[in-house]
Design a protein around this ligand. Sequence first.
Ligand SMILES: NC(=O)c1ccc[n+]([C@@H]2O[C@H](COP(=O)([O-])OP(=O)(O)OC[C@H]3O[C@@H](n4cnc5c(N)ncnc54)[C@H](O)[C@@H]3O)[C@@H](O)[C@H]2O)c1
Length: 339
Amino acid sequence: MLNEKNILITGCCGFIGSYLTMRILKEYNGVHIVGIDDMNAYYDVSLKKYRLDKILSLNKDFTFIKGDISGRELLDKVFSKDRFDIVVNLAAQAGVRYSLEDPDSYIRSNIIGFFNLLEEMRAHPVEHFIYASSSSVYGGNEKIPFSTQDRVDHPVSLYAATKKSDELMAYTYCHLFKIKSTGLRFFTVYGPAGRPDMAYFSFTNKLLKGEKIKIFNHGHCKRDFTYVDDIVEGIVRIMDQGPKQDYNLYNIGNDHPEDLMNFVYTLGRCLKENGLLEEDFDLDGHMELTDMQPGDVPVTYADTAPLKKDYGFKPDTPLAAGLDRFCKWYKEYYGKDSG
Ligand SMILES: NC(=O)c1ccc[n+]([C@@H]2O[C@H](COP(=O)([O-])OP(=O)(O)OC[C@H]3O[C@@H](n4cnc5c(N)ncnc54)[C@H](O)[C@@H]3O)[C@@H](O)[C@H]2O)c1
């Protein structure tokens, strides 16, 4: 049970981290959460502050530390001060395309930061280490749905390579030092207060300004869009029930890939229904069909049978329902006149 646990959550001001932190603080008794985030400016920092304010406004047993997990000194202090039962690592440099622009930040946060956490847990044992991996490790995998049993030796971006490296390092530390871990390969997570660098958010920003949106691979892409509450439900169940074996890996995705064009039309409909776009807005006239981007993959499709079998859950929020919640939040956050 999660009640009374001492928990470290890295990336607590990030999209997924903030939802997870709030969910645990609201639902479980006697938990103490230490949250670390460096509040970097990869995207609008005010969004990170907004999420932090929401966590702090719960007035629960939560300690925030602004800091970078790639610095060992900070982590030494954090792990010496508190004994953690569970560590959840969600801090990372995310995003596939940005890994072509600023590869250093991926090595710093995703490799060195991850390694630092493993070293701390070697010195200060925990019951369970849970960390975010990504569907991007599947690269150009053609076998669908994607299973954690599939070989994933061909990452097509540095981001994917860092996530695969995390899984390998977690395996080694489990083997050598008995650190029980569960890696979670998330599939395109979306929702209110999400990440502005992701398509549903950046498309919304552009369409509302009357700008054109770029549809990569001429729309011939499929993505397994997963609503953030479903991701959090998966993480909480895994935290609550504990690891099934010493080393574990699961997909958390919707196992219902959506055609990119269908996703764009659904988003357009939700934006109109929420009064963010005029009813007669010409969506087709605001699309520019272009080639595939380096590092991108044509399809993502999660096999969630193992998650369902072991934890009795699989994501199922329909895309239209999730995008509607995003649009409602967007309208409230950016103001009624955002449309
Ligand atoms: N959102 C998705 O679709 C998705 C999909 C697959 C995997 N993931 C993974 O899930 C995790 C959470 O993703 P998210 O969408 O919430 O991203 P996010 O960028 O919103 O959250 C990450 C948070 O970590 C912080 N951070 C980054 N580097 C840090 C460092 N070195 N030290 C301390 N804090 C640091 C950032 O400031 C940010 O607040 C990441 O590991 C990401 O790679 C996300």
